[in-house]
Design a protein around this ligand. Sequence first.
Ligand SMILES: O=C(O)c1ccccc1NCC(=O)[C@H](O)[C@H](O)COP(=O)(O)O
Length: 212
Amino acid sequence: MPVSAKICGLSTEDTLGAAIAGGASHVGFVFFAPSPRDVDPARAAALVAMVPDHVRAVGVFVDPDDAAVERAVSVAGIDTLQLHKTAPSRVAALRARFGIETWAAVAVKTRADLDAARSYAGAADRILYDAKTPDGAALPGGMGVRFDWSLLDGFRHPLPWALSGGLDAGNVAEAVRRTGATLVDVSSGVESAPGVKDVDKIAAFLQSVAQL
Ligand SMILES: O=C(O)c1ccccc1NCC(=O)[C@H](O)[C@H](O)COP(=O)(O)O
């Protein structure tokens, strides 16, 4: 099964170009979050304009209100929502309102966290399993934290899914081998500093994925 990759938290033309040239299937833009990767929708619009039709432009949000999503969809032109810390009913409501592919991020540390993914069946199109960040962390993602992949052993996924959390060029092959993921997501693993994407690391990550 071929493996696809999402490069998350892009904010510059050169790093977006590296993601597209390297074969990313999805590129992610973080909106309205206290993140070094946050991009204004107007700025994101210039980036999304570079994204070819075969690559999905994903807007990443933390429990957004309708107005935030409206701005990102109408101004930036994203075609997929990735929702962190968002209840299933709210995910379903945003998916119905905006009518675009919608992912629910599920923060995983224990098997019980994983079981919570079941409540997104019928509400989302895809689950993004991400690592639970430490209590008090400013962000629910992009922290380079990895969860225990063995938690996924034998788990019956309620929806199509993607694997995230602490991935990089050096461990993505093992992650895919251990979990069977067919879509992987990375942010800090392709950065030289928080929020600073690195074109060489992006290329190396995508090369590792292409070799799977
Ligand atoms: O990356 C952020 O700054 C961010 C901010 C707010 C919500 C989510 C965020 N990132 C979500 C992602 O999809 C990351 O790619 C994912 O958490 C993996 O990050 P990393 O472990 O650094 O590869």
